[in-house]
Design a protein around this ligand. Structure first.
Ligand code: ADP
Ligand code: MG
Ligand code: MG
Length: 255
């Protein structure tokens, strides 16, 4: 078993008005095999947490720690984090012009494992995973994310997840912009990877809809840069009914 541990994390960003604190003491422990959902209103810092785990240079860690099995993640480069087993699916995936999916996936897999995958198995694995995710075979020769629809980008993210076998997957609004069919396909991919054992998942979402397909063990409500409440799956049901008003202090009647 592996453990990703976030302890009293404070993160800020530089803005034109000066330094702005965003994360204000986040503590969270995820073990492999567990699925944690982070839910919260827009602007509460969910993507900041995901980007900080991934090592995005824009975010400054003022205090606190992130460790993977005791190893200091914050001192690792982005590549080192990926090799240590962290996988981040971005809310806004980037396009990589001039690089085909096939080349990108094989290059990334080689960098992650430190050796090239056996071509025979690899080609078979890629084909099978693409078929499972209902990604057309043509996509193998297309440039990464170039001209992909929102739903296609999400499927390709989960394709990477299924081929790279990370220890921890951080999925930031993987559900945004997906119709129900795509949401099911993407969720099935996450569940398949989960059932192989050993993956810990941090599922970040604004809406409860994806939690019908990916069942969280723990739910954390994120408000104003910290975890305001924690619970089991029943907390997600409650949020579906009540929204975030009781956390944000908004007038429920104003809806
Ligand atoms: P969430 O993902 O929960 O919607 P974010 O982490 O994206 O929240 O944002 C948290 C807060 O940080 C918001 O107030 C947002 O405006 C601010 N923020 C995040 N990234 C930037 C940025 N690059 N520049 C300015 N403000 C930012
Ligand atoms: Mg947002
Ligand atoms: Mg976000």
């Amino acid at each position: 078993m592996s453990t990703l541990e976030i302890k009293d994390l404070h993160v800020s960003i530089e803005t034109e008005q000066g330094r702005k604190p965003i994360l204000k003491g986040v503590s969270l422990t995820i073990n492999t095999g567990e699925t944690h959902a982070i839910m919260g209103p827009n602007g509460s810092g969910k993507s900041t947490l995901a980007s900080t785990i991934a090592g995005h240079p824009r975010y400054t860690v003022d205090s606190g720690s992130i460790t993977l099995d005791g190893e200091d993640v914050l001192s690792m480069s982005v590549d080192e984090r990926a090799r240590a087993g962290l996988f981040l699916a971005m809310q806004y995936p980037v396009e990589v012009p001039g690089v085909t999916m096939t080349n990108f996936l094989r290059t990334a897999k080689t960098a992650l494992d430190g050796e090239a995958p056996s071509l025979r198995h690899w080609t078979k694995d890629v084909k099978a995973a693409m078929s499972d995710l209902r990604i057309d075979a043509d996509f193998a020769q297309r440039n990464v994310n170039e001209g992909f629809s929102g739903g296609e980008k999400k499927r390709v993210e989960i394709l990477q997840l299924e081929l790279f076998h990370p220890k921890f997957a951080i999925l930031d609004e993987t559900d945004s912009g997906l119709d129900v069919d795509a949401l099911k396909v993407v969720s099935e991919g996450v569940n398949r990877e989960h059932s192989k054992g050993g993956m810990g998942t941090l599922l970040i979402t604004h809406y409860t809809r994806i939690l019908r397909y990916i069942k969280p063990d723990f739910v954390h409500v994120f408000v104003d840069g910290h975890i305001a409440e924690q619970g089991g799956p029943e907390l997600a049901d409650r949020l579906e009914e009540e929204g975030y008003d009781r956390f944000t202090g908004a007038n429920a009647a104003a809806g």
